[in-house]
Design a protein around this ligand. Structure first.
Ligand SMILES: Cc1cc2nc3c(=O)[nH]c(=O)nc-3n(C[C@H](O)[C@H](O)[C@H](O)COP(=O)(O)OP(=O)(O)OC[C@H]3O[C@@H](n4cnc5c(N)ncnc54)[C@H](O)[C@@H]3O)c2cc1C
Length: 410
C-alpha cells in the first residue's frame, strides 16, 4: 500500500478537471488527478471553445498547443430561416475582445490535450483508469481517498478536493451537496457528416429555424459538421430507424443547405439541469458539470466549466498556506461568493433559452418559431441587443474585458 499527500486532488479528468490540472502545472501545488475512464470522452459533446475560453488558454500559455494540433477558428455566426434567408449575421470582431474567434476542437481531444500538458509539469500525478469511490470523510472534510491503480492500493491524503466528476458526481453525493434539478422534455439528437459544399462561409456557425423546427450547425475540424437538435413529437424511435435519405428530407425542411446531407447519428441525450445550491463544503469545491450541468441550448456547459477556473485559482491559498484547514475553507468560500452569483445569472439565461428550445420542438411550434425569427431580426437591427447577444455568445455576458466589472480580488 502506498500513501500520497497532495495539495489538490482533482476527481475527474473530463474537460473541467483536465483544464484545472493544466492551469495548475508548475504552480507549486502538488496535484493528483483520478480519472476512471479507460477510453476517450464522447466526441459528440461540446467541441467549441468560446472567445472567453480562448483567452483563458492564452493566459495559461497553451493556446498554441491547440492550434498546432489542428484546432480551427470560427469567426462569426449566422441565424437563418429554413430557406436560407439571413435573420442575423454577426462577426465576433464587432466586439473589443482579445481573441475574436471560437476554437473548434473535438471534445475528446480537448481533455486529452489538457492532460498531456498537465503531465509535463513537475508536480503532477495522474491515475487513469482509477475509480474514486472510497472516501474518508471526517467533520465534513474529505481526509482521504483510497484507489486501486497500477496493481496497488493507494491512499491519497489531500488538502483540497476538487469534484470535477460530471453531472452524476460522486464527490457531490458523498458530501451531501443539495441540488436544484429540472428535467427538460425534449432530448437532443446529435448528427455528424461531411460539410455540404453549399454551407458557407466555412468559418461560421449556423442556426436555422422555420415552421418545421430548429437546427444548430457547428463546423467541426476536418471538414465535418455536427448538428444538434431537440427531438420533437416524432420521438427517438423514428430517428433510430431512419435512413440517411429520410433524415436528409426532414433536415432539408429545417435548413435548405441540408437537403442532401448524409448524416450519421452520433447519439441521443436526455437533458437535465442539475445545479448545486452551494459549490463548496469543507475542503471540497465542485467545478464543471458537477457544479452546474446545463442544457446545451447555448453551447455553454464546457465553457462555463473552464471560465470559472481562473477565479478558483486566484482564490486558492498560497502553497505555504494550503495545509491550513481554515485558510482552505476561507479561500473556497471566497471563490463561491464570487462565482455563484455569476453562474446563477448565466444559468437563468441558459434556462430561458432551453425553454424556448423546448417550445420550438413542440407539436404546435410553427407560430412560436415565427415569433422567434421576428425577435432575431430585432436583435440584429438594434445595436444594444445585438451587442448583448454577441457578448453572451462569446462568453462575456458581463461585458468585454476592457469594460467588465472591476476585478473583485484586486
Ligand atoms: C449533446 C451535448 C452537446 C453539448 N454541446 C456543448 C457545446 O456546444 N458547448 C459547450 O460548452 N458544452 C456543450 N455540452 C456540455 C459539455 O459537454 C459539458 O458541460 C462538459 O463536457 C462537462 O465537462 P466536465 O469536465 O465538467 O464533466 P465530464 O466531461 O462529464 O467529465 C467528468 C469526468 O469525471 C470522470 N468521473 C466520473 N466519476 C468518476 C469517479 N468516481 N472516479 C473517477 N473519475 C470519475 C468521468 O469519467 C469523466 O471523464 C454539450 C453536452 C451534450 C450532452
Amino acid at each position: 500500500m502506498k500513501t500520497i499527500e497532495t495539495d489538490v486532488l482533482i476527481v475527474g479528468g473530463g474537460i473541467a478537471g483536465a483544464a484545472l490540472a493544466c492551469a495548475l502545472r508548475d504552480s507549486g501545488y502538488w496535484v493528483v488527478l483520478v480519472e476512471q475512464r479507460k477510453g476517450p470522452l464522447d466526441t459528440a459533446r461540446g467541441d467549441h471553445l468560446q472567445p472567453c475560453t480562448v483567452d483563458a488558454l492564452a493566459k495559461w500559455g497553451v493556446l498554441n498547443r491547440f492550434l498546432e494540433r489542428g484546432a480551427g477558428r470560427r469567426v462569426g455566426h449566422e441565424f437563418r430561416s429554413e430557406t436560407g434567408e439571413t435573420l442575423l449575421k454577426a462577426d465576433y470582431s464587432e466586439l473589443p475582445i482579445p481573441h475574436p474567434y471560437f476554437l473548434v476542437y473535438h471534445h475528446d481531444l480537448i481533455a486529452e490535450t489538457f492532460l498531456e500538458i498537465a503531465s509535463e509539469g513537475s508536480n503532477f500525478d495522474l491515475f487513469k483508469p482509477a475509480v474514486a469511490r472510497e472516501f474518508k470523510v471526517v467533520d465534513g472534510r474529505i481526509k482521504a481517498l483510497k484507489i486501486h491503480a497500477n496493481d496497488q492500493e493507494i491512499t491519497i491524503k489531500p488538502h483540497i478536493v476538487v469534484g470535477a466528476d460530471g453531472s452524476n458526481s460522486i464527490v457531490r453525493s458523498t458530501l451531501n451537496f443539495a441540488t436544484f434539478e429540472h428535467p427538460y422534455r425534449h432530448p437532443m439528437v446529435a448528427l455528424f457528416g461531411k460539410r455540404p459544399p453549399r454551407l458557407k462561409p466555412e468559418n461560421y456557425f449556423f442556426r436555422y429555424s422555420g415552421p418545421e423546427g430548429l437546427v444548430f450547425i457547428q463546423q467541426r475540424m476536418d471538414e465535418q459538421i455536427k448538428l444538434t437538435l431537440p427531438v420533437g413529437p416524432e420521438g427517438i424511435p423514428w430517428w433510430k430507424k431512419s435512413t440517411k435519405e429520410e433524415r436528409a428530407r426532414v433536415l432539408g425542411l429545417r435548413a435548405d443547405s441540408l437537403k442532401c446531407f448524409e448524416s450519421e447519428i452520433a447519439g441521443f441525450y436526455p437533458v437535465r439541469m442539475i445545479h448545486a445550491i452551494d459549490y463548496v463544503s469543507g475542503n471540497v469545491v465542485l467545478v464543471g458539470d458537477a457544479a452546474h450541468s446545463i442544457h446545451p441550448a447555448r453551447g455553454q456547459g464546457l465553457n462555463m466549466g473552464i471560465a470559472s477556473l481562473p477565479t478558483l485559482i486566484r482564490c486558492l491559498p498560497t502553497v505555504a498556506d494550503v495545509s491550513s484547514a481554515e485558510k482552505v475553507r476561507q479561500a473556497l468560500l471566497q471563490y463561491q461568493k464570487i462565482q455563484k452569483p455569476l453562474s446563477d445569472r448565466i444559468i437563468a439565461r441558459n434556462h430561458q433559452a432551453a425553454m424556448d428550445m423546448e417550445m420550438g420542438a413542440d407539436e404546435d411550434r410553427a407560430t412560436f418559431l415565427k415569433r422567434q425569427n421576428e425577435l432575431i431580426r430585432e436583435i440584429s437591427a438594434r445595436p444594444e441587443l445585438r451587442r448583448m447577444h454577441l457578448l453572451e455568445a462569446t462568453g462575456y455576458p458581463f461585458g468585454a474585458p476592457t469594460e467588465a466589472e472591476p476585478d473583485y480580488l484586486a
